[in-house]
Design a protein around this ligand. Structure first.
Ligand code: SF4
Ligand code: SF4
Length: 353
């Protein structure tokens, strides 16, 4: 449903949510957009371009205690802290990323920590404009229809507010005095959406992104992996900023007297040297080329097979942050060029049926 809220309604909505919830939204840090805790409306700086670091840490923190134990008492108790919180100012790609994370953390044995936090999180999306790294239009994530409570599109005089849940509808009524959207505002939104499609500098040279898993299944021997592996620092920044990277390591910390301790999870990254190292020192992905090939295949192939959706939402954060300018859309286009030079066939071992 599309409602209209005035600029004053917007201010009342944000102020009400800031007052009543733990509120995270976009601010400007060192000249760049970033998500942060906000306690005053004046701190909120809606950004049309993406934050450098995604908002995933508010649902899946970089370090999180899962368990407390007492060795003497033979006691262990789970820890699942989840305050009621608002994530405000997420863009369409970020909401798609959260929808993917929901699938990951619900798969198999549900992840209590993530799901409890997710349930307690109100998501308010806002419209965006692509910068030179965004390529969501090529992935099908430029707009979003689910996974948010409210999504706001700036138009003349205020915002078109889409409620994506009953909770979102109630919040709009409670804080923002919504009214019926006029036809002119809807037309304006249509025009803005069409214009946005023309603003992308980065794009993938493929009409149907659902073919990317097949394209990647032929790319294991492509020279691009050695080329980018030769310059990659193995720093893990691309994993850290990505809204859909969810790998973690589990660590136990025990008190000095060895009586009590905690078990925590901390973010891990497949581009780091030790990620695939096992006991005895064997490393399944020894080279940076191996690790980058793995990362790209996770985004466009392996997880697509398991979760039925590409695991790259086209936010461009990994390209934006990489010190040696490894660019995910350019790498994918190199692979696509090779695939166009020789027609795709069903890989050996897979039947056509
Ligand atoms: S691709 Fe770039 S950001 Fe990622 S590990 Fe290599 S150097 Fe770091
Ligand atoms: S792989 Fe890169 S472009 Fe894709 S979702 Fe992650 S950070 Fe964004």
């Amino acid at each position: 449903m599309m409602d209209f809220i005035t600029k004053k309604g917007f201010r009342n909505l944000a102020q009400g949510l800031i007052k009543d919830y733990v509120f995270y939204g976009p601010v400007t840090k060192d000249g760049f957009p970033a998500f942060s805790r906000i306690e005053e409306f004046s701190q909120l700086k809606l950004s049309q371009t993406p934050s450098h670091i995604s908002a995933k840490g508010f649902l899946f923190p970089p370090k999180e205690t899962l368990l407390r134990f007492d060795i003497e008492k033979g006691m262990a108790e789970g820890v699942a802290d989840a305050e009621k919180q608002v994530l405000f100012g997420l863009h369409s790609c970020d909401v798609h990323a959260i929808n993917l994370m929901d699938r990951v953390f619900s798969y198999g044995k549900p992840d209590v920590n993530y799901l409890k936090r997710r349930e307690n999180t109100i998501i308010v999306g806002t419209e965006c404009v692509p910068d030179e790294y965004c390529f969501c239009a090529s992935i099908g994530t430029m707009t979003v229809d689910e996974g948010f409570d409210i999504f706001l599109h700036g138009v003349k005089g205020g915002f078109i507010a889409r409620a994506g849940s009953g909770r979102g509808r109630s919040l709009l009524k409670k804080y923002a005095s919504p009214s019926k959207t006029k036809r002119a505002a809807l037309k304006e939104l249509e025009r803005l959406t069409e214009k946005k499609k023309t603003l992308f500098k980065a794009r993938l040279d493929i009409d149907d992104p659902s073919l990317l898993p097949l394209v990647y299944s032929f790319a294991d021997g492509h020279p691009v992996w050695e080329k980018i592996g030769a310059v990659c620092y193995g720093c893990g920044s691309c994993n850290n900023v990505c809204p859909t990277c969810y790998c973690f390591d589990v660590r136990d910390e025990v008190s000095m007297d060895l009586k009590k301790g905690t078990r925590s999870r901390v973010w891990d990254g497949c581009t780091l040297e030790d990620f695939a190292k096992v006991t005895g020192g064997m490393n399944f992905r020894k080279t940076r080329a191996d690790r980058l090939r793995h990362r790209f295949n996770r985004k466009f192939r392996y997880l697509a097979d398991r979760f039925k959706g590409l695991f790259c939402v086209g936010c461009g954060r990994c390209s934006r942050t990489c010190l040696v300018k490894i660019n995910i859309s350019e790498v994918t286009n190199e692979i696509l060029r090779a695939s166009k030079e020789r027609p795709l066939a069903v890989p050996a071992g897979k039947s056509k049926g």
